[in-house]
Design a protein around this ligand. Structure first.
Ligand code: TXA
Ligand code: MG
Length: 351
């Protein structure tokens, strides 16, 4: 692809400057690519109604055409333009959770080009809550297709610097509105089947969704690239991967750190550079090891906020192996577990 000059504009995250937003909206209207902050991660936006513009998202990311893209709206009134046969439940849920980190899979309207949805008859839709995202969507007055603004299979971008690292020269503009607060992507809820199903755990938790949909289910199996009958192509196990090999430790709390220490020492003996991702309270127990350590913070929200940037930091430190453990599987930690499992490509070390 021919190299573009990628511009970065600093924008006020809470009160975005109208002139800057207008400039970005014009690029979208002209079929260009604009990366922008959302409350979850940075998105790489294009006019969702423009087949060519959507194609250029796939090209810029190096994303396979089989991986569908989420359409972003700023107003519930736009929903019938992109989806058909919308169930009442979608409107109920939208009233509770939009704008916010919840994506619905609905039946696709023919207004939305097939490449947005990788040829499927469905479309994923969400309304982000970040003021910059809302302002941009409003100014463009278009549904905007936006995957996470990272190169395919890399950790999602949570800052403008991450976007630049992955996509410099491949997109027109980055609106830099600071770090994305949540740090993990939206919850994806399939509403096209009898049984509402979470395809990807995220910012809106299973427990919260159960208060509105008591029988909501979660898809627990993660498909491998060679599996047949892929339901949601983004469920491919290899995803969110740092360059280093990532090892996910799982087991009872008291056994985790001792096992990670032992494993780290073995790796170091073999001449490998080791990186550890650990929460705040576990930092001191590995302080004596010659390893790179990144502090993930002291609770699930902080870990979510820091996780992808921590993976990128360890990549920059050129570690060969990254070791991390899970944080349980309730609340936001289920989304963290999902991202860690994918980054580890399914390789779990049970202790
Ligand atoms: O928080 C988010 O959702 C971020 C921000 C930018 O909004 N976006 C995001 O997009 O994470 P992306 O492309 O990285 O992940 C979207 C995933 C796809 O990988 C795919 O699994 C799923 O959404 N998806 C999209 N359309 C779908 C559809 N029609 N049916 C099932 N899954 C779909
Ligand atoms: Mg993504």
């Amino acid at each position: 692809m021919s190299a573009l000059k990628t511009r970065v504009l600093q924008v006020n995250p809470t009160a975005p400057e109208p002139a800057l937003i207008q400039e970005a909206a014009k690029i979208l209207a002209a079929g260009g690519l604009v990366a922008f902050p959302t409350e979850t991660v940075y998105g790489l936006g294009a006019n969702a109604l423009d087949t060519k513009a959507v194609d250029s998202i796939f090209a810029a990311k190096g994303r396979p055409a089989s991986d569908p893209i989420i359409v972003h709206l700023y107003d519930l009134a736009q929903l019938p333009t992109v989806a058909i046969n919308i169930p009442d439940l979608a409107y109920d849920l939208a009233r509770h959770f939009w704008p916010g980190p919840l994506t619905f899979v609905l039946q696709r309207s023919s207004n939305v080009p097939a490449n947005v949805s990788a040829g499927m008859s469905t479309v994923a839709v969400r309304m982000p809550s970040h003021p910059v995202a809302i302002a941009l969507l409003q100014a463009a007055n278009l549904p905007v297709a936006a995957p996470s603004a990272n190169r395919f299979a890399r950790p999602s971008a949570t800052t403008a610097a991450h976007v630049l690292e992955d996509l410099d020269g491949r997109i027109d503009l980055i609106l830099d509105g600071g770090a994305a607060v949540i740090g993990v992507e939206s919850t994806i809820l399939d509403l096209t089947k009898e049984q509402p199903t979470i395809l990807r755990p995220g910012g809106i938790t299973l427990e919260i969704l159960r208060t509105i949909i008591p029988d909501v289910e979660v898809v627990t199996k993660h498909l491998r690239a060679d599996d047949e009958g892929i339901e949601a192509p983004g469920m491919l196990l290899k995803h969110y991967s740092p360059r280093a090999e990532l090892l996910l430790f799982n087991g009872i709390q008291s056994a985790l750190l001792p096992a990670m220490r032992t494993y780290a020492l073995q790796q170091i003996e073999q001449g490998r550079k080791v990186g550890l991702l650990l929460p705040d309270h576990e930092q001191s127990s590995v302080a004596d090891l010659p390893v790179e350590i990144v502090n993930l913070g002291s609770n699930a929200s902080e870990v979510g906020h820091n996780l992808f940037s921590a993976m990128r930091l360890l990549d920059q430190a050129s570690v060969d192996v990254i070791m991390v453990h899970g944080f349980g599987q309730t609340g936001l930690s289920l989304a963290l577990w999902d991202r860690l499992l994918r980054a580890a490509e399914g390789h779990i070390i049970e202790v």
